[in-house]
Design a protein around this ligand. Sequence first.
Ligand code: NUP
Length: 250
Amino acid sequence: MASQRSSAGGVSTDKLLERRKLVARTGIVHALDVDNLSRAILIAKSVEPYVDAIKVSWAVMELGCKEVFYEVRRSVNLPIIADFKVADIPEISSRIVQKAIKLGADGVILQGFVGEESMKACIEEAHRYNGITFVVTEMSHSGAELFMQPVGAKIAELARELGSDGIIAPATRPERTREYRRIVGKDLIIMSPGVGAQGADVGDAIKAGADFEVIGRKIYEAENPGEAAKKLSEKMSLVRMELPSSRLSS
Ligand code: NUP
């Protein structure tokens, strides 16, 4: 596969690596946490009509971003969000962001708790390469309540001030997502994981102010991931129909 990188189905690699825009059509981002590449690609293709982006994280560890991002990009016309939860000193964090984007990510998720300089370096680096950023405020698992929740509001404020395109807020605690929406205002994108396997219902976070819900296991562990994604997107569309139109245009 790697040796055929000059073109893919008539599309040049340069074209293939052009940034793709994240647009809320279904409000669902699929967390493709599947490390068998051919299975991952089958799933990505089957969910393509029902999701707005593919989020990739640990599943690149064996084959690397180069191969995984490339194969996902040429298989589906969706943006890729690299969920590396970047959390290093500014000089290293920004290199991670640059690498992820150059290898085909359209957006990168970074941790906010590392502080202003690291966040700033990542956001600037992503924007230099036309990528977008999401800063994690407070994670969706219960352990985040101890250390992350008390500083989450400050992280969200800083993310907005530094020009991040979005933040990550927990679908498992919709009242917190509502608070994060109040802090960042209407212009930042809120992406919320925790739907399905972690207990939140589809639509919970959207109702609380999120733009996208991240759904992983509920889709890729289903017997028919495409069908599962379709059903979730149908449920989501009922929820989104109830939202004021100002929410959907953002
Ligand atoms: O706070 C977070 N919670 C979370 O689950 C931030 C995340 N980025 N995630 C990611 O979302 C997690 O790493 C996984 O890729 C996805 C949730 O998957 P699932 O629980 O729907 O299977």
